[in-house]
Design a protein around this ligand. Structure first.
Ligand code: HEM
Ligand code: HEM
Ligand SMILES: [Fe+2]
Length: 466
């Protein structure tokens, strides 16, 4: 570690992985409820498990982004973090807020939770991903402001690099766009319209900047390639992401009561959204091929390349599948949407967080890279999680195509539940793949405790698996 204060990232990463395990547990519970309808009923109803699954996902990814920023910003800025104390205080504030939210979801009915937290004073609850009680949302804003201040002060008073400036832009955007979660118009068209300003402009806008900068940072470190080369790529990627992503929001305006011209704008601009993801893939492989050094942390390189590929597949390819208005007319809100949601979130944001953890955690524990045996276990976890996510996506896509056909496309459409029963086999398969995913995740945790092995071992494992 070049700077002492980078170590503040460690608790953030540990919390992230802990919550990740919780997220997958609730995914498995829901996956089971899909096929055994009364599983864990009435203790954990489906809608509650869904909230916990998706909210934990967002919260742990935010922990991951914050940890990533605390780790890479001092190193890029060539100075200590502005205030390590603030970072520690905000860590606990965020963790407690997160834990209280999940407990609230699990222990009290949602309507009662809204009452208890005085949602009527400033109603913000009840929208997917943004279900948190208003008071918790205010807590999130406080954490975000303190965090952006801390990171911003460090960057602005130190060496300014393209990597850190792009990261800062992404983080400021993340914080600002979250403010739309407080705007909850009664008119349901406006409501949906602005809800996407958080959800879409996050994952298909500012989060892409965060992803690109973390990826660039790790690639510079493990390949030793000049940063000037990466910087040129970054300008183009960022411009493409914002140009396509901002107007691309229109792919959510097709059927919600927004003006009809959005069908054109949304289709055309969102069809360009795969480009920045594709460029990230090309640039990652380019960098690794031009590498000037053999970094001992092989598994971090694997994660970096894996992110670039899977983000393109999940966001770019599976996103494009249903983004044109005439297609989305049939596919909207089906299992195909869920297939895309899973692979895109995993490929882009889960994997980029695991990439930076994989790169930085050994350094924070006093080694340049984890022991070879530990890296081999981690590579197993990489493949188990990634391959099972591919299968989850394929099974949900299969379910989705049949659902679209039987329920919406044929001459004699069948009822929702009739169709659901016919595609049950896919849900069983999804659940099995989910179980394998969980095993991969457990191995990931195990890899932190494995020691020993020889350097050849890690080399060989990379060759075997790649
Ligand atoms: C890192 C891995 C995962 C990520 C990033 C993830 C992400 C998501 C997201 C974003 C949603 C909302 C989807 C939408 O509204 O279209 C969701 C829902 C869901 N997830 Fe996951 N998930 C993961 C793993 C799993 C696993 C392992 C399972 C279980 C086998 C699972 C089961 C479900 C189910 C059943 C839903 C609800 C779908 C519905 O409402 O019909 N997830 N997940
Ligand atoms: C990493 C980036 C991305 C993530 C994490 C992501 C995630 C998601 C999620 C979770 C949903 C379901 C939202 C809901 O209705 O609850 C969704 C919907 C959608 N996404 Fe993405 N997405 C990404 C990138 C893309 C890209 C690049 C495209 C287009 C090329 C795209 C096209 C769509 C479309 C058209 C929908 C609406 C589906 C429907 O009508 O049901 N996404 N996305
Ligand atoms: Fe979108």
């Amino acid at each position: 570690m070049k700077f002492q204060s980078q170590a503040i990232a460690k608790p953030y990463f540990i919390a992230a992985i802990g919550l990740f395990i919780g997220q997958i547990l609730f995914g498995l519970i829901m996956g089971m409820q899909y096929v055994v309808g009364d599983f864990l009923f009435p203790e954990i109803p489906f809608n509650v498990a869904r909230m916990v699954h998706t909210n934990l996902l967002i919260v742990w990814l935010l922990f991951g982004f914050m940890g990533a920023a605390y780790y890479l910003v001092p190193e890029e800025s060539e100075r200590e973090l502005h205030s390590p104390l603030l970072a520690r205080v905000l860590f606990w504030l965020f963790l407690i807020a997160g834990a209280l939210t999940v407990l609230g979801y699990l222990l009290v009915p949602y309507a009662r939770l809204a009452e208890l937290t005085m949602n009527d004073l400033l109603p913000t609850m009840g929208r997917e991903f943004l279900e948190q009680p208003t008071i918790i949302k205010i807590g999130i804003v406080i954490v975000a402001v303190g965090f952006v201040y801390n990171i911003g002060m460090t960057i602005l008073s130190g060496r300014k690099t393209v990597v850190s400036m792009v990261l800062l832009t992404g983080l400021v955007g993340l914080a600002l766009l979250f403010l739309f979660s407080f705007y909850n118009p009664v008119n349901v068209v406006y409501d949906k319209f602005f809800w996407w300003w958080v959800v879409h402009l996050w994952v298909e806008g500012v989060w892409e900047l965060i992803m690109a900068s973390i990826l660039a940072f790790v690639l510079i470190k493990v390949t030793g390639v000049d940063r000037e080369i990466i910087e040129k790529w970054m300008y183009v990627i960022i411009a493409m992401a914002l140009i396509s992503g901002i107007i691309g929001t229109g792919h959510h305006y097709f059927w919600i009561g927004a003006p009809e011209y959005w069908q054109w704008w949304g289709s055309i601009f969102s069809a360009l959204e795969p480009l920045p993801f594709f460029m990230m893939t090309v640039f990652a492989f380019n960098m690794v091929n031009r590498r000037r050094r053999e970094h001992p942390n092989k598994v971090a390189v694997l994660w970096a390349l894996g992110t670039a590929v899977m983000a393109f597949l999940g966001a770019g390819v599976w996103g494009f599948l249903h983004t044109l208005a005439p297609v989305n007319y049939y596919t909207h809100g089906t299992q195909l949407t869920a297939a895309h949601g899973h692979m895109a979130f995993y490929g882009a944001y889960v994997m980029i967080v695991l990439t930076i953890i994989s790169y930085s955690m050994p350094i924070m524990r006093g080694q340049e890279a984890a022991d070879p045996r530990a890296q081999v276990v981690e590579m197993w976890s990489f493949w188990l999680m990634t391959v099972s996510m591919v299968f989850i996506t394929l099974f949900l896509s299969g379910a989705g195509v049949l659902q679209i056909w039987m329920q919406r496309y044929t001459e004699q459409p069948e009822a929702f539940m009739v169709v659901q029963e016919k595609i049950e086999a896919f849900y069983w398969l999804r659940e099995i793949a989910g179980g394998v995913f969980m095993i991969g995740l457990i191995l990931y945790v195990v890899s932190f405790f494995v020691k020993g092995g020889t350097a050849e071992m890690a080399d060989k494992a990379v060759l075997d698996t790649a």
